[in-house]
Design a protein around this ligand. Structure first.
Ligand SMILES: C[S@@+](CC[C@H](N)C(=O)[O-])C[C@H]1O[C@@H](n2cnc3c(N)ncnc32)[C@H](O)[C@@H]1O
Length: 315
């Protein structure tokens, strides 16, 4: 996540302290976005390093590539249009066996939020799209609100939006079809949720839920983080920034399992989760942005930063 109008990345000081990028190292920014973190990491890989930026939004990749262009004489810079779930294939295709560091800054970028026609935000009236990857046709938020059953809408709004008024909102959506634009939807949700004067807009949770479904944001997230850990060299570092509790839960489970602590439910007699000790935690508790950063960049307020380091082979 980044600031409204600039390209200031979230918790950049903490991210750099935890990742410790050094000259000649190989790093992946798995969610390169507009390259805010990537440019900071890449400039520390000089000389001779390699920065691979991945994103499933082709527009973000173009902007990140431009932002990093001035470094490409001093290090290798590669931009890959791919989902971060494909990280092992991306590395294999380039003959890479182990990474010194990997960063995940999950969720949407400010460019996606602030670009009216992407349909992520109810601050602008736009068609309900919300796809991060616009390079191919795929499920949009309009498909969900206009075609899904009331029961399915209620389930995703409750589960992915953690919205207490999910039943009322799902009912109102079905009653008001067709719903074509962000502000039309926001109005319907606000009237159904019936909350006023809270810190967040009453439609925020519903928009979050739709965005998560459209982009399959939680599907395989824990496994993607585990895969990335397996791609680290001994001593390699991983940092993950999350912005809501569902993302945070997936990351915590991946870190717990691969730091050797079983994540099986208590009723399972013998461990089945495959816990093994590949990492130690650099952040036993998630770090949060300080008050100064939140004041400067209000969108950072929900950020949590978790980091781990791959154990040496002899440990
Ligand atoms: C919060 S932004 C990253 C901002 C970036 N750290 C910066 O400083 O500019 C998250 C980015 O991750 C991308 N993204 C989200 N899920 C992804 C996935 N599964 N695979 C690849 N990219 C993804 C989004 O398109 C978005 O550009």
């Amino acid at each position: 996540m980044m600031t409204m109008n600039s390209h200031t990345p979230v918790m950049v000081r903490e991210v750099l302290q935890l990742l410790r990028p050094q000259a000649g190292e190989v790093f992946v920014d798995a969610t390169v976005g507009l390259g805010g973190h990537a440019v900071e990491i890449a400039s520390r890989l000089i000389p001779g390093g390699w920065l691979i930026g991945m994103d499933k939004d082709p527009k973000a990749l173009d902007l990140a590539a431009r932002r990093l262009a001035h470094l490409s004489g001093a290090i290798r810079v590669t931009m890959v249009h791919a989902d971060f779930r494909e990280l092992p294939q991306v590395l294999r295709a380039r003959g890479l066996e182990g990474l010194d560091g990997v960063l995940f800054d999950l969720g949407v970028s400010s460019m996606q939020l602030d670009n009216a026609e992407r349909g992520f935000s109810f601050r602008f009236d736009a068609p309900l799209d919300m796809r991060m990857d616009t390079s191919q046709p795929g499920l949009t938020a309009a498909d969900i609100v206009n075609r899904w059953s009331e029961a399915d809408l209620r389930r995703v709004i409750a589960e992915y939006g953690e919205e207490p008024a999910a039943a009322r909102i799902a009912h109102a959506i079905v009653q008001n079809r067709p719903i074509l634009t962000t502000q039309q939807l926001a109005g319907i949700v606000a009237r159904a949720a019936g909350r006023r004067g809270g810190r967040i807009h009453p439609a925020t949770r519903t928009f979050q839920a739709l965005r998560i479904v459209v982009n399959r944001e939680l599907e395989g997230l824990q496994e993607a983080i585990e895969q990335a850990i397996r791609c680290l060299k001994p001593g390699g570092r991983i940092v993950v920034l999350t912005y809501h509790s569902l993302e945070a839960r997936a990351v915590k489970r991946a870190f717990q399992k691969l730091s050797g602590r079983c994540i099986c439910p208590p009723y399972v007699p013998t461990c089945e989760c495959g816990a093994e000790r590949l990492i130690y935690l650099l952040t036993p508790h998630a770090l949060k942005p300080d008050a100064e950063e939140i004041a400067r960049n209000p969108r950072s307020r929900s950020a949590q930063c978790r980091a781990a380091e791959r154990v040496e082979e002899t440990e």
